[in-house]
Design a protein around this ligand. Sequence first.
Ligand SMILES: [Zn+2]
Ligand SMILES: [Zn+2]
Length: 266
Amino acid sequence: MPLTLTSLGCASALPTKENYFTAHVLHIRGRSFLLDCGEATQLRLKQMGISLGSLDRIFLTHLHADHVFGLPGMLSSMHMLEREKPLYVYAPKGLEKLIDFYFDFLNREDSSFPIIHKVVEGEEVFPVYEGDTATVFAFPLLHGIPSYGYLFKEKPVRKSKPRSVAYCTDTAPFPELSTWVKGVDLLFHEATYLEEDIKAAEKYKHSTARQAAQTAKDADVRKLLLGHFSSRYKDIHAFLTQAQEVFPNTELSLEGCVFTVPRQLT
Ligand SMILES: [Zn+2]
Ligand SMILES: [Zn+2]
């Protein structure tokens, strides 16, 4: 019963020749959840062999362009494919404007499927969705606009310890975060900057690789994935080096990588 996180991209505000915007697909026992939807996400899904029809729930962390501008194009493709089943989009308040924009260009009467915006708003860790394979919680991050991380907890299966994955982007470090993602099997955490640019990280409310690693260490997670790298760096492997000094079990969530969370027998 596989649980995997597939990276569709690892860039931050500007894409590069190699890196698309940060987005991921989490597969939990046959269910697929899309995490963020920057420009070209639907193209990346196609390249990775993930069909649009397999997606019923999209979780958007916040409404900065690099996390949401892929949505109108993807909705349009779903319409062209004559999708009928509803699409649920979990996102902070304000997404309505983007969905209205899409409808304005589509001719409101014509959408082949309903789009249901589930507003994500709350304090500390709160549930947003309960499905047959996972329960999803959200928690506020520390960024320039309302931003939420997501915590996916697998529903218990016989003889296996339920697995968990947390997704945190974009955010500056803050003490509560490590308690909210305590002990997860896989933590995806943004690392926009290297340590030498910590001032920029503070100014724009992002994290350095080292800060992300410190959160992973404080939370005692099993594995850390880093992404959302600033385009200012030519060699992104420095992110790995700096993080591993604090938290050795770190990998870069490079596009095309598929990370498996193995089962642990009880
Ligand atoms: Zn971003
Ligand atoms: Zn942002």
